[in-house]
Ligand binder design. Structure first.
Ligand code: SF4
Length: 265
């Protein structure tokens, strides 16, 4: 399939009135494989609640596809600091879904340099050191996972954080040079939980222990009732600093009309 020439506005207009399932079907069609078996559409999962629901919905869309891995490149970032409970979800997903989830790891030499400089827990020192760790363990592997893709799907919801209130379902990701699709943007946490329960979808056991948002073990804690959903992520930092570089640029300038993948015209 040829690379799309739609602008961000055109993509938003095409998908504006679609429900979540139809939105994903539209994404699979719009961002079809660049060549047979080479998906242009990626899905990044943290193996948390929202992403388990997106995976279930994608699996449903591809029920009759003989090779779903050729339509969507689902992946997670195994930072090396994930909780055991999260890795257990990754393992369970192998049999729960037809869509396989690849795991991307940080470069060993970059991790060695990071720890040599600041120690294994340098993220507690400062925002800069925390971002340096995220850059090595998350952002660089994300770049490898997204290389050559035309769009990626996330499980972001607007209600999760003050840093996400301005998002739209279709965004331009200027940092990675591709479109970002947020199918669950307007879902509430209650809606996500109810839909997962209705489907019997496997979820991370940490959620039941007070972790609405999941990340690396040393950077995530349980939240108290009534606390913000992401209050347990990097809890020692201010709320408006709590992004790791994966979703740091939601309001970047959109591509002009007649955008062609691979660069702005
Ligand atoms: S969340 Fe914490 S441990 Fe994980 S990559 Fe970021 S700073 Fe490092």
């Amino acid at each position: 399939m040829a690379f799309p020439t739609e602008s961000l506005d055109e993509l938003r207009n095409q998908s504006r009135d679609l429900d979540t399932g139809a939105f994903l079907a539209w994404a699979l069609t719009t961002f079809g494989p660049s060549e047979p078996g080479v998906p242009s559409l990626a899905f990044a999962t943290s193996l948390g609640l929202e992403d388990q629901l997106v995976l279930a919905l994608l699996d449903e869309q591809l029920t009759y596809d003989p090779a779903p891995s050729g339509r969507i490149h689902a992946f997670t970032l195994d930072t090396g600091r994930l909780p055991e409970e999260t890795l257990a979800v990754l393992h369970t997903n192998r049999t729960a879904f037809r869509v396989p989830v690849a795991a991307y790891h940080p470069e060993a030499s970059a991790v060695e340099a990071l720890i040599s400089r600041g120690g294994p827990n340098l993220f507690y020192n400062s925002v800069e050191d925390r971002k340096a760790c995220c850059a090595v363990r998350k952002v660089a592997p994300l770049g490898r996972a997204l290389a050559g893709r035309r769009a990626w799907i996330t499980g972001l919801r607007r209600a999760q954080s003050v840093t996400r209130t301005d998002l739209q379902r279709v965004e331009w990701d200027s940092a990675n040079g591709l479109f970002k699709l947020n199918p669950l943007l307007d879902w509430s946490l209650d809606q996500v939980q109810a839909e997962l329960a209705r489907r019997g979808t496997p979820v991370n056991t940490l959620h039941a222990q007070g972790y609405p948002s999941l990340g690396c073990a040393p950077c995530t804690r349980a939240v108290a009732p009534g606390e913000d959903e992401r209050a347990g992520r990097w809890w020692w930092e201010q709320a408006d600093k709590k992004e790791c570089g994966l979703h740091a640029d939601p309001t970047a300038p959109a591509p002009a009309r007649s955008f062609k993948f691979g660069g702005l015209s």
